[in-house]
Ligand binder design. Structure first.
Ligand code: 8IG
Length: 269
């Protein structure tokens, strides 16, 4: 084990301790990281036991983008299971390297979580997946040229996005499309040529999160469910320029379907 990975573990353990103290919950079961636009669907999932400003939790950096709530919430579900909502995501494009990116997942694992639900917003490389389409992530392509892991950690990524969890999501919503998510570093969006490249490589969605978090989650043995909400067609996919109001409206229209999916998945975990 390298010094940096033991440092990461210590920081995550300290964050988990803060969460346990604030919530009175020693072990959480399920983790949920919120993508942009997802914050509105988490109300009424259960009883909120603690709502913590992420700045009070060790290792969480102040988010640079609005729409990331910056809250960490402990919720008791109707099933009695404990859900840890991580509403404070650090992106690689913020320039702090991959460790702060992986900190949410590592904190969830340190808090006892064994199932991690990662959500995001993405651009679609497929013109038939219009803004407002929810997509189950089947696999990813990490185009960031980096990793949250260092040293000799040879993690199996052959079923990084749990087949069992995808089956469960499909039992609930059989029409849910499934696709491959390519993570770019950002913060700039892709050129049309880069989107075509990603599509040729096998990507259906492009985004700036999730793949590195999934790598960190798999290294800790967590089962991962990834759900992406398409909020725009990726650059060059549609000849029409995108109207921001349409994107927001499409996202809002999709929220009931996403909320129903999430609620049903959580009931059955
Ligand atoms: I929302 O088109 C959202 N996030 N890389 N490209 C990338 N990230 C995104 C996009 C997109 N849309």
């Amino acid at each position: 084990m390298t010094n940096s990975s033991s440092g990461n573990r210590r920081l995550a353990a300290s964050a988990a301790e803060t969460i346990a103290r604030a919530s009175g919950v020693v072990r959480h079961d399920i983790g949920l990281t919120l993508g942009s636009g997802w914050a509105n669907i988490v109300s009424e999932l259960g009883e909120t036991l603690a709502d913590i400003d992420a700045r009070e939790v060790p290792g969480f950096l102040k988010p640079v983008v609005d729409g990331h709530s910056g809250q960490i919430r402990s919720v008791r579900l109707a099933t009695g299971k404990h859900l840890l909502i991580i509403g404070a995501r650090t992106h690689l494009y913020e320039g702090h390297g991959p460790d702060p990116v992986a900190h949410g997942v590592r904190t969830a694992a340190a808090a006892g979580v064994t199932t991690m639900i990662l959500t995001n917003a993405s651009g679609s490389a497929r013109r038939e997946w219009k803004p407002g389409t929810p997509v189950l992530i089947r696999d990813h392509i990490n185009l960031t040229a980096t990793s949250p892991l260092d040293g000799g950690e040879f993690i199996d990524m052959s079923t990084a996005y749990s087949e069992e969890l995808r089956r469960l999501a499909h039992e609930i919503d059989p029409e849910l499309p499934e696709g491959v998510y390519a993570q770019f570093r950002g913060p700039q969006y892709e050129t049309p040529a880069e989107v075509r490249m990603a599509a040729v490589l096998g990507a259906d969605l492009v985004g700036m999160s999730t793949a590195l978090e999934t790598i960190a989650a798999r290294a800790l043995g967590l089962d991962v469910l990834g759900v992406s909400l398409v909020t725009n067609l990726a650059a060059g996919v549609s000849p029409e320029p995108l109207a921001h109001a349409d994107v927001v409206a499409a996202g809002t229209a999709a929220l009931p379907r996403l909320a129903a999916l999430l609620r049903a998945v959580l009931e059955r975990l």
